[in-house]
Design a protein around this ligand. Structure first.
Ligand code: TYM
Length: 337
């Protein structure tokens, strides 16, 4: 029986943090044996905001190393760089021509980011979800494991599938398979350490708001010591008045491997002075092996180069086949030798 397929990706913009890990990468690792997996570093997405051409290549390379360091196994998964496969840009163009503009103008992330970018907002930023749809659809992905913030983009991808299948496919031969989001309840929305009501984010100007996967034990301990809490003793989940408390208990649950019930009981009478060092320790211990593997991988550039060459070859085979199928359905003249 063939395995269902997974596709997901992370942008090479800044350091990866616990939100990226718990919302996405740790789930890729957890489920990888059950699926055929494609994980890309989405560097074309990274230039939708102003980027630094001097650091883009290194950032891209580092994220691929982090995928491996987090436990992505090449026996089950393909790791590749989005811009190495031109079919991503090409399919995005084809999808652009069937996607109504107002679907994109409605996207929450676009509206938020556009507000920040002001008059400099690029067409690329608006078009970002169409490129993301192309990433997913090129690989006929069945499931897309992401954090909560990507849910709306996946709904757009599904709307694009319905529209293109309606216009150019038949009921027996749809052009695209319908992908499903894979968003777990816990960890899908890790919140900032300095404000429990806003998402932990790479673009937050304050380093204190997030734990990066490659932070040193000292940095982690410092960030937790200073993170926002409340004056109440006894720690509880799900209290809308205590968003920081819910967030920190969730981090502890996910990284200690305990159930929510076990953590609720363990921490029900604890104060912050007791809990913070405990959480610090669990985070440091969870991230230590990732840091060690990362250093080993990054010091062997030939190994990673080989991984990315193999990844490109494997991914390209699938992507090119899909692109031909779509061009065919849209009626393009075939190139014949
Ligand atoms: P990006 O690079 O912003 O984030 C990568 C992944 O991390 C998740 N994530 C979070 N999860 C929980 N809590 C948080 N605070 C948090 N912050 C980020 C994101 O949901 C994401 O899963 N558009 C995507 C990249 C992309 C993609 C794709 C993903 C491009 N093409 C195709 C899946 C399939 C993005 O910007 O992710």
């Amino acid at each position: 029986m063939t395995k269902a397929r997974i596709l997901s990706g992370v942008q090479p913009t800044g350091n990866l943090h616990l939100g990226n890990y718990l919302g996405a990468i740790s789930n890729w690792v957890k489920f990888q044996k059950e699926f055929e997996n494609f994980f890309c570093v989405v560097d074309l997405h990274a230039i939708t905001a102003q980027h630094n051409p001097k650091t883009l290549a290194q950032d891209t390379y580092n994220i691929a190393a982090i995928y491996l360091a987090c436990g992505i196994d090449l026996e089950y998964s393909t790791i590749f760089i989005q811009s190495h496969i031109s079919a991503h840009s090409e399919l995005a163009w084809l999808l652009n021509c069937i996607t109504p503009l107002n679907w994109l103008e409605r996207m929450t992330q676009y509206k938020e980011k556009a507000k920040k970018q002001g008059e400099n907002v690029s067409v690329g930023l608006l078009d970002y979800p169409v490129l993301m749809a192309a990433d997913i659809l090129l690989y006929d992905a069945d499931k897309v494991p992401v954090g909560e913030d990507q849910k709306q983009h996946l709904e757009l991808t599904r709307d694009i599938v319905i529209r293109i299948n309606d216009q150019f496919g038949t009921s027996t031969e749809p052009i695209f398979k319908m992908p499903q989001p894979l968003i777990l309840t816990e960890g899908a929305r890790v919140m900032s350490l300095t404000d429990g009501t806003s998402k932990m984010s790479k673009s937050d100007p304050s380093e204190m708001s997030r734990i990066n996967l490659l932070d040193s034990p000292d940095q982690i301990a410092q960030k937790l010591k200073r993170c926002k809490t409340d004056p109440i003793k006894g720690l509880t989940f799900d209290d809308p008045q205590r968003p920081e408390c819910h967030n920190l208990l969730t981090l502890y649950t996910l990284l200690s491997g305990q159930t929510k019930e076990e953590v609720a009981q363990e921490c029900s009478t604890m104060g912050w002075g007791q809990f913070k060092p405990l959480l610090s320790e669990v985070i440091i211990e969870s991230l230590k092996p990732i840091g060690t593997r990362y250093q080993a991988i990054i010091s062997e550039p030939d190994y990673l180069k080989g991984v990315l060459q193999q990844g490109k070859a494997q991914a390209e085979k699938v992507a090119e086949k899909t692109l031909l199928r779509v061009k065919d359905a849209l009626g393009f003249l075939k190139y014949e030798k």
